[in-house]
Design a protein around this ligand. Structure first.
Ligand SMILES: [Zn+2]
Length: 332
């Protein structure tokens, strides 16, 4: 395990140890006659044992097979002692039901399927590679116009999905503060950088559009946004580094206008980096080619045609990464 992760988990464990100790003391004062809560004391010994395993260098190894425990599971539960292959049936069932619950919660964070903001047509496709996704997709109306966001948190699975919901909450709470876009992303970046561990970041496109078609855009290290207009496809690349990399950095804003009938297409690397059975990559050039052929289509046609082209390329190969596409068209 990377030493930054180990250091982070040690700090987490020590923090939990202190919390448990004070909880046990408080509980003892509250109910003098009752014996100390056994679940708290058990947890305290588990945290103690985990710290001892860290000192002994066996932390993060499965008790049954001595292989490394999946890092995202350790981040979610630093007391984890078994790899996925060596859970008891009961633990496996509990984990599966937790995962399903997490997936359901994640679905509720997505924009409503029939979301129809005034003056815009919006569609998206959101497909986790496993049960939950590290992709972030949101569109909503704010006091400053239509806000659209699409991002990709580093990693996959539970840990990435937790960061995804973190971003969701941050931007939803900042959106109505009527901040200049650059400042809004700057604040979100600082919050994200301070609450995640080293090595975790997110690429992200954040856009804001008025009813008149004026668009402001920040792309924090994300793949190019495609602007489909009057027989051509314009491409807008990253204007800054990914979110969470540096707490104090600028996110330059790019502005342009979008005519009635024009569309914007944003996607994650689950699209561009998809591979077929010959291990060839789908690539940005194929996304652009589909965009060129579908300039005048509705968002829902545009997305289905993108997916159809991707599927004919991968020919049934299992997706390795989370995939999200978001299309917005300014109504004619
Ligand atoms: Zn194991």
């Amino acid at each position: 395990m990377a030493s930054t992760q180990q250091a982070y988990l040690r700090a987490e464990l020590e923090r939990r140890y202190d919390r448990l100790e004070s909880a046990i003391q408080a509980a003892a004062i509250e109910a003098q006659a009752a014996p100390a809560a056994p679940s708290l004391s058990n947890l305290l010994s588990e945290v103690d044992a985990a710290l001892e395993r860290m000192d002994a260098g066996t932390y993060g190894l499965c008790e049954a097979c001595h292989d490394t425990i999946e890092p995202d599971r350790l981040l979610a539960n630093p007391l984890e002692q078994f790899c996925l292959d060596h859970l008891t049936t009961e633990e496996r069932r509990a984990l599966e039901s937790d995962l399903l619950l997490a997936a359901q919660i994640q679905q509720t964070l997505l924009p409503a399927r029939n979301f129809a903001p005034n003056g815009w047509h919006v569609r998206y496709h959101y497909a986790p590679a496993r049960v939950v996704s590290g992709d972030y997709c949101d569109v909503f109306e704010s006091k400053s116009g239509l806000v659209f966001l699409l991002g990709d948190v580093s990693g996959k699975g539970i840990a990435a999905s937790m960061l995804m919901s973190h971003l969701h909450a941050t931007f939803r709470s900042l959106a109505d503060a009527e901040l200049p876009l650059e400042r809004m992303v700057g604040v979100a970046n600082r919050i994200f950088a301070e609450s995640t561990m080293a090595g975790q970041f997110a690429t992200l496109v954040v856009g804001r559009a008025t009813h008149e078609g004026a668009v402001e855009l920040v792309s924090a290290g994300h793949l190019p946004l495609l602007h489909l207009c009057a027989g051509e496809t314009k491409s807008q690349g990253a204007t800054g580094v990914p979110l969470g990399m540096f707490p104090n950095t600028n996110f330059p804003v790019f502005t342009f206008s979008i005519q009635a009938g024009d569309s914007l297409l944003i996607y994650t690397d689950g699209l561009t980096e998809a591979r077929n059975s010959k291990d060839e990559e789908y690539g940005l050039h194929r996304v652009k080619a589909v965009a060129d052929r579908n300039g005048n289509k509705t968002p829902s046609e545009l997305i289905s045609n993108c997916l159809a082209d991707l599927h004919s390329f991968t020919a049934g190969a299992k997706p390795a990464d989370d995939l999200t596409l978001l299309a917005l068209q300014r109504a004619a």
